[in-house]
Ligand binder design. Structure first.
Ligand SMILES: [Zn+2]
Length: 369
């Protein structure tokens, strides 16, 4: 990243020191030009002196910029949502689908997190919301996925199924052949594929197609976890959104849908625990939209869900920090890495509640809080 030379934007030289995670080593870094260095800068201001240092947090599944199904992306809302994430120490977002392709400034400006995006939500008619998803027929899906991955500079997001009521339970998932060809094409151009799956059949198709990440995974058969670990398909269970789905289920009027959801939801925690045990990369994603029920900047809550699954606290924390960063191609705290970090007074592994109150957030070499 180029040095920011605009007036009033001069970067200070900073110093941070504390126990770095995940290495657990006592670390001392200086910060200049948005990067960490181990070479002392004599005129630096010390902004973290002790405590724990983590690579900036990651929400691997969030949808900033539009609140209601059908709404277009609102630049003012996008900016506000980005700042809400950043204030909570979330310096990197993966946005698996949005109403429109995200503007270039989002993810690039000093007061905004870094962003890995996936273009528009992509599905066959009948999946996701009209006016939000880019709906195309099965024969066109691979071309559209390549377009979205190219436009986003990385990912595409595809619906293998869609359950918001009883009818979704009977709809066949996207055929494995379609998903496999789509994944092959996107991988061939250097992109990656995130797949929404709520049903057993949808999750099975996603795993068979060897996609890069399985979003939600409510109905995923635990027998597929070993294969996911082997082929590198990550699981993003989004516990946070399912908390709010209980309300959806209660008001749905369909007993069949309610009992399906409750049974699948009850299986999710043991599934996530088993996924971690099997070596699957489990990531923290909230599926937040910025509504009162699903506000941004709450990845700490998702970490607590992962830990309660149970996953070891360090692994749950890594799912929202170093593990997610590695999965998305971003470095951890090291010499010459971007100066995106969050600091806590207490060890977050022994008390995840401290995630709510970072002592410091530093992003692109600047103190955010
Ligand atoms: Zn989502």
């Amino acid at each position: 990243m180029a040095n920011d030379t605009r007036p009033g934007r001069r970067q200070e030289r900073l110093r941070v020191r504390g126990v770095a995670l995940p290495s657990e080593e006592w670390a001392e870094f200086w910060i200049a030009n948005g990067r960490l260095t181990r070479e002392p800068l004599p005129d630096a201001t010390t902004v973290v002196d002790g405590g724990w240092l983590l690579p900036g947090l990651v929400d691997a599944h969030t949808h900033p910029g539009a609140l209601r199904p059908g709404d277009p992306l609102d630049p003012a809302l996008l900016r506000r949502h980005g700042r809400e994430h950043l204030a909570a120490g979330v310096t990197l977002l993966r946005v698996p689908g949005s109403a429109d392709r995200l503007p270039a400034w989002f993810g690039a400006e000093p007061d905004q997190p870094r962003v890995v995006s996936a273009g528009r939500w992509l599905g066959v008619p009948g999946t996701f919301y009209d006016g939000w998803a880019r709906h195309v027929g099965e024969p066109e899906l691979a071309d559209a996925a390549v377009e979205e991955a190219r436009a986003s500079g990385g990912w595409c997001k595809v619906y293998a199924d869609w359950v918001v009521g009883e009818e979704g339970l009977d709809a066949p998932p996207l055929p494995v052949g379609v998903l496999t060809e789509l994944t092959r094409r996107v991988h061939a151009m250097g992109g990656r594929v995130a797949v929404h799956a709520q049903t057993a059949a949808g999750a099975e198709a996603a795993v068979a197609a060897a996609v890069d990440s399985l979003e939600h995974g409510l109905g995923l058969d635990p027998a597929l976890l070993e294969r996911m670990a082997r082929q590198g398909t990550a699981l993003v269970p989004t516990f946070t959104v399912w908390e709010t789905f209980e309300q959806v289920a209660r008001s749905s009027g369909s007993e069949r849908f309610r009992s399906w959801f409750r049974a699948a939801h009850a299986r999710l925690a043991p599934l996530v625990s088993a996924a971690h045990e099997a070596g699957v990369t489990v990531l923290a994603g909230t599926d937040s939209y910025g509504t009162p029920e699903l506000p941004h900047g709450r990845v700490a809550g998702e970490v607590r869900h992962l830990a309660a699954a149970p996953m070891p606290a360090a692994a749950a924390l890594g799912a929202a920090s170093w593990t997610a960063r590695a999965f998305l191609g971003f470095p951890v705290l090291d010499h010459d890495a971007p100066a995106d970090l969050v600091a806590y007074d207490l060890d977050p592994r022994t008390d995840l509640a401290v995630l709510r109150t970072p002592a410091r957030v530093i992003h692109r070499g600047r103190v955010i809080r």
